[in-house]
Write a protein that binds this ligand. Structure first.
Ligand code: SF4
Length: 656
């Protein structure tokens, strides 16, 4: 029988309010045992980060905090128990870094650029009293080994900028583990990392939770990550804990409608999907923390809502024994029926018809940066060669077709897209839209061709003018991209565009700051549609979005394609999104095509080893699925090796 774990953290009736009536947390209670990993998940604005701050008693600017966060003594003893909310700052400072440690999303913010990695870990180690200098060095190297850093002696002497993002995050985790903390909080630790680096960090967390006896809280917006690293899952919505329970049970039969909705929004890389299959979505958005609706907070988005839900707020009650709790009046129906299919129309986009002329053709596109230069160094002349960003890439894009382009950061996806958009002049190669050749630079292209190709970027915050209203942003695009027409016609056209992307014309007077991430991306798409484009270049358009919003945007892109025959060059590092929207896929590595073909063929064995590794890096949103782990060593190299560009990292390399 498994020994009973010690109770380490007790969160009791935790509520947190910021000035202006912003209720960030409401009556949150749970317990955490030593050696257990609890995954906290929810959309942006659900209170995950406020909870992380409250767990360590670090909530600057809070107006009112009630409840308790009790960190019990070593081994879960009553002796030495501290209420992190009631303790003085001096006591909390004594605990931070010793009994409690936090790893944040951006490792660069946690590392001091002017100290070596070894010095910074040693400083954390020295917080433990009575350690001789030799012991500090040994412990530092042990920690680097524990976080699987190769050559720890050499790495300890490096500065943060000399390490890759993944190595930096490992170093921060090593610092967090330095004092053997009782509570380790990982706040979105993989969100900013590349897909293959993320996979290796998740493997590390998975291994560490077996090795260290700390209670781990893993905060993320990605349910698939929770399935891989957590024992239990807690789902937050609008500051409330709406469901908590064993990962396998909750994933098998979620009891809160919100959890069921989140799970159903995820495109699956391990299952056939394609652009003719509609993703389920959660309509609406998380209410702002300042507006608490009466009754159940999820009612405005819940397909199971009934009259009682508007009058009473449900309590967090047991579903199956005391281990699985949910906040809903209708848990039995939710577990039986699951999240419903979208009632909206299904789109059917079968791609280009036989014999259709391609709308976009690229032939032998190459881009090299720099020129051949000879420099005279101490031991004679050194020849610097241009750095190839993309090499000899050819593709065609048919009418109503999506070509997905996938690869890690630095594989040339964005350079290729910039060449197609005319933002970067290719060194070699030609581009054409139908029968019309495309000039290499955007300013040399005719207005008619510019209208036919539009671009949507990853971050709508950067692409929308914050001082303009939604109506003005889209109206301006209509003025520029369409034939000038009178004000009344333009207004009707803007209203039509807003309706087509699922925003009513009541959004006209809103500013981008008043919109959610998904709404902003819809405005960006409406603006791109203003010129009736044949081709839309979509650059990581769903990467910065929450899971439910991502599903909405993927559905919207597929709907627009089915209705208007738009073609997409869809760039993403997310293999599941690529599989969902694409008809054909091109896999890039170091600026070269590793594999291309129809989506079902690329995602079906036999795989190219790089495609196989990318697919294996995607965590499956199902804790019962065990996928074959293929992990690539190191990062994408800075210079292209001779022979196969992938051979330095290829797990199937012959003759190594
Ligand atoms: S209590 Fe009602 S509105 Fe709230 S989640 Fe359950 S069914 Fe939906």
């Amino acid at each position: 029988m498994e020994p009973k774990r010690a109770l380490q953290v007790q969160v009791r009736n935790l509520s947190l309010r910021y000035p202006g009536g912003v209720q960030a947390l409401r009556d949150v209670s749970f317990e955490l045992y030593a050696g257990e990993a609890l995954g906290i998940v929810g959309e942006s604005g659900c209170g995950k980060s406020s909870l992380a701050g409250a767990l360590v008693g670090d909530i600057p600017g809070a107006e009112e905090v009630t409840g308790q966060v009790v960190l019990r003594g070593p081994g879960g003893s009553e002796e030495g128990a501290v209420d992190m909310l009631g303790a003085t700052r001096a006591v909390r400072r004594e605990i931070w870094g010793k009994r409690v440690a936090t790893v944040y999303q951006d490792p660069r913010a946690s590392l001091n650029p002017s100290y070596t990695i070894g010095d910074q870990i040693a400083e954390a180690v020295q917080r433990r009293p009575n350690l001789a200098p030799q012991g500090v060095r040994e412990r530092t190297l042990d920690l680097l080994r524990q976080v699987r850093i190769a050559a720890p002696e050499t790495t300890a002497l490096r500065y943060p900028h000399q390490l890759s993002g993944g190595q930096q995050q490992r170093a921060v985790i090593a610092m967090a583990l330095a004092a053997n903390p009782d509570l380790l909080i990982l706040d979105e630790p993989t969100t900013g990392l590349d897909v293959t680096t993320e996979a290796r960090i998740l493997d590390l967390v998975d291994e560490l939770r077996c090795e260290v006896n700390a209670s781990i809280v893993f905060i993320t917006h990605n349910l698939a990550v929770i399935a891989q690293v957590a024992d239990r899952i807690g789902v937050m919505y609008a500051g409330e804990l709406v469901e908590i329970g064993d990962v396998e049970r909750v994933f098998a039969a979620p009891a809160a409608p919100y959890t069921a909705g989140l799970l159903s929004c995820i495109p699956r890389v391990d299952r056939g999907s394609g652009p003719s299959r509609r993703l389920r979505t959660i309509p609406g958005a998380v209410p702002s923390p300042g507006e608490r609706p009466r009754g159940c907070v999820f009612m405005s988005r819940c397909p199971f809502a009934q009259e009682r839900c508007g009058a009473e707020s449900p309590d967090l009650l047991p579903v199956e024994g005391v281990e699985h709790l949910a906040r809903c009046f209708r848990v039995d129906e939710v577990r039986r029926v699951g999240w419903p299919q979208d009632r909206q129309r299904r789109h059917e986009s079968s791609g280009p018809a036989e014999g259709d002329e391609p709308v976009l053709i690229g032939r032998g596109i190459s881009k090299r940066y720099g020129r051949v230069a000879r420099k005279y160094a101490l031991f004679g002349p050194v020849t610097q060669r241009p750095v190839p960003a993309v090499s000899d890439i050819s593709f065609t894009l048919g009418k109503g077709e999506t070509l997905g382009i996938v690869g890690e950061s630095g594989c040339g996806k964005s350079t290729l897209l910039s060449c197609v958009a005319g933002l970067v002049r290719p060194t070699e190669g030609t581009l054409a839209m139908g029968a019309n050749a495309l000039a290499p630079a955007v300013r040399e292209r005719s207005p008619a061709l510019l209208h036919r190709m539009q671009m949507v970027f990853q971050n709508p915050d950067l692409s929308l003018n914050p001082r303009h209203t939604v109506g003005r942003i889209v109206d301006r695009a209509v003025q520029v991209l369409e034939e000038p027409s009178d004000r009344r016609k333009r207004r009707a056209r803007v209203a039509d565009l807003l309706n087509r992307v699922g925003l009513g014309d009541h959004y006209w007077d809103r500013h981008p700051s008043e919109l959610s991430g998904g709404e902003k991306q819809r405005v960006a798409i409406a603006r791109a549609l203003a010129g009736h484009p044949d081709v839309v270049l979509a650059d990581e358009v769903t990467s910065a979005l929450d899971v439910s919003v991502r599903a909405e945007i993927l559905n919207l892109l597929c709907d627009l394609q089915a209705e208007e025959g738009i073609s997409y060059l869809f760039i993403s590092h997310d293999m599941s999104a690529i599989r969902h929207v694409s008809h054909r896929v091109m896999v890039l590595y170091l600026g070269m095509v590793m594999e291309k073909g129809p989506v079902e063929e690329v995602f079906r064995p036999p795989f190219h080893p790089y495609t196989e590794a990318l697919m294996s890096a995607i965590p499956a949103p199902d804790p019962t699925v065990t996928t074959r782990r293929i992990r690539l060593d190191g990062e994408v190299p800075g210079t292209r090796p001779t022979g196969c560009p992938f051979h330095t990292r290829c797990p199937r390399c012959v003759g190594r």
